[in-house]
Design a protein around this ligand. Structure first.
Ligand code: CA
Length: 231
């Protein structure tokens, strides 16, 4: 199976560094999206699933620490590598406390950055691989290989489509997934069928898995955008 191209969100406001990093990441085979202020970075990181976020601390509009904290508060679990200024030891500690996974002090060697990036991606890939066999959230335990779902230990019957939908949510947990995306990836439609189909199946999943389906805790609605799985 060919490996999917890894997507990196690069958040940096220094033109020359953006050029250098983008070039280098792309030549390593990564797909790169650049945002150069904190607010756009937060929006992009919330909206689309990335495999890694490289996040500068000193940014216009919203600094990297705040972006990191807000992403984590929104349930986004994408690995974050923070770029801190030289000698700011306190910054590193703050960054890790706010949910960053690693940090690198500027100026850095390109090889060092690439090594850190690869290490973080490897780590998250291992986590994703584990999640693909079985996954637990709250009182729910799912074994995707045997398609067995239990809630508080009791078996729950899910249709094949519901299992597929749940799997897609689990694999994209923390990211907002739109109805069109779900139709495309779970149902496999090319055309634009009724997105209401998605809502019906999501409602059914909630009915089976959520303690209070009208106030879902795990499969939440993101108004105007779609859904987000927060398990
Ligand atoms: Ca900066």
């Amino acid at each position: 199976m060919p490996e999917l191209q890894r997507r990196i969100l690069l958040v940096e406001d220094e033109e020359s560094l953006i050029l250098t990093l983008r070039d280098r990441f792309e030549s390593e085979g990564y797909a790169v999206t650049v945002q150069s202020d904190g607010e756009s970075a937060l929006a992009a990181g919330t909206r689309s699933p990335f495999d890694l976020i490289v996040l500068d601390v000193a940014l216009p509009k919203k600094n990297g620490f705040d972006v990191c904290r807000d992403l984590r508060q929104r349930g986004i679990q994408t690995p974050i590598l923070m770029l801190t200024a030289r000698g700011q030891v306190v910054d590193r500690v703050v960054g890790l406390k706010l949910g960053a996974d690693d940090y690198l002090t500027k100026p850095f060697e390109m090889m060092e950055l690439l090594a850190r990036v690869e290490a973080l991606l490897r780590r998250s890939r291992t986590m994703a691989a584990n999640a693909s066999d079985s996954f637990a959230f709250g009182p729910v335990h799912v074994d995707f290989r045997s398609a067995e779902v239990r809630r508080e230990g009791a078996p729950v019957e899910l249709s094949t489509l519901e299992i597929k939908l749940l799997r897609y949510f689990v694999e994209h947990r923390g990211a907002v997934v739109g109805r069109d995306e779900l139709l495309d990836k779970v149902w496999g439609y090319d055309a634009t069928p009724v997105t209401r189909t998605v809502d019906v199946h999501v409602a059914s999943l909630r009915q089976k898995l959520e303690a209070n389906p009208s106030k879902p805790e795990y499969i939440v609605t993101v108004h105007g955008l779609g859904y987000k799985f927060t398990g």
